[in-house]
Design a protein around this ligand. Structure first.
Ligand code: ADP
Ligand code: NA
Length: 330
């Protein structure tokens, strides 16, 4: 029996993943490799919706792939590739954009958020239509379900609508994916502002733990994390979001559950908790950083892994696109 297929992507828009990316996405990808026919991509096409530096993009695509391998993805157990190496993404996106109403695309709230800073007039058309590229990303692989965060729910609805529209109008070419909304319980918060999520675009340098940063820098950031004026180490997201965040990170990286940690730290201070967590973060990410650097040192090998992943992806993607082209009269 064939394994269920899953597709996920991550943007190469930073020189390191942050702890939220790792705990909210990367680690799950690794865990899913054997139970799914998994397609994981570094979405470089999405990274050019805003102005970018070509050299930085090329470097970050490799750094992203290297980190995914260092985290435990293995080319024999999944397909790991760069989105631009599979031309079917852009090709299907054009077809799907011709099926999307302008009003329908205009209702995507992320464009409103993302274009607010510089104004709609300054945003690229690519930023406006990027949800349609996401639609193509998913539909190419005929994935039965797509794991997404709450913020992507609207895009998944668009995916379902467009898949159904195509299937009705031209004949069935697509699996209509089920939404699989990942709960916010895995959300890692900003260390300096624990009521908003750790984010590469919104967090201050002190609020974000970058996996490839110097372990000493990260230890210092944990020790400076914002907590509260009480002393009690207790998981209370509403009243003690800083401490709750530290406990959540601790439980996610270590072997103790949150209630166990609460018991362990009874009568101890925030300083003790922070010091132990800083040690755990160093222990976890020092070897990760070394592995990533080793992988990056052999660019030829890394590029070969991505080429092999793209070939695997194209076996599926080209079949879907051929079906679509045939049905629409190409
Ligand atoms: P950012 O929000 O920093 O720009 P992305 O949007 O590129 O990060 O997210 C890449 C992946 O990492 C997504 O699957 C997203 O759900 C996950 N992710 C990002 N930030 C967090 C966070 N603070 N906590 C948990 N998961 C996160
Ligand atoms: Na697999």
């Amino acid at each position: 029996r064939a394994l269920p297929r899953v597709l996920s992507g991550i943007q190469p828009t930073a020189d390191s993943f942050h702890l939220g990316n790792y705990l909210g996405a990367v680690r799950n990808w690794v865990a899913m490799q054997d139970d799914y026919d998994a397609y994981y991509m570094v979405v470089d096409l999405h990274a050019i919706t805003v102005e970018h530096d070509p050299q930085a993009l090329r470097r970050r695509t490799r750094v992203s792939a290297a980190q995914l391998l260092a985290a435990g993805l293995e080319p024999q157990r999944c397909a790991l590739f760069a989105q631009s190496h599979v031309p079917e993404h852009a090709q299907l996106a054009w077809v799907m954009s011709c099926l999307t109403g302008f009003g329908e695309a205009s209702r995507m709230t992320q464009f409103k958020d993302k274009s607010a800073k510089h104004g709609v007039g300054a945003a690229s058309v690519g930023l406006f239509t990027y949800p349609i590229l996401m639609v193509a990303d998913v539909l190419l692989y005929q994935a039965g379900f797509v794991p997404v965060g709450e913020d992507q729910r609207q895009h998944l609805e668009l995916t379902r609508d467009l898949a159904q529209r195509f299937n009705t109008r031209y004949g069935k070419a697509f699996t209509v994916p089920e939404p699989y909304i990942i709960k916010d319980t895995a959300k890692i918060m900003d260390l300096q502002d624990p009521t908003s999520k750790m984010s590469k675009s919104a967090s201050s340098p002190g609020g974000i733990l970058e996996l490839l940063d110097d372990p000493k820098v990260n230890a210092k950031k944990i020790k400076s994390a914002v907590t509260d004026t009480e002393r009690e180490i207790r998981f209370d997201e509403e009243n003690k979001p800083g401490v709750a965040n530290l406990l959540r990170i601790y439980a996610a990286l270590g072997e103790r559950t949150i209630p166990e940690l609460e018991r362990d730290y009874e009568g101890k201070g925030y300083g003790d908790l922070k010091k132990d967590l800083a040690d755990l973060v160093t222990e976890t990410f020092q070897p990760f950083k070394e592995r990533t650097e080793e992988i990056l040192a052999d660019t030829g090998k890394l590029d070969a892994i991505l080429a092999e992943g793209a070939e695997k992806a194209r076996e599926v993607a080209s079949r879907t696109l051929a079906e679509v082209y045939d049905k629409i009269g190409f």
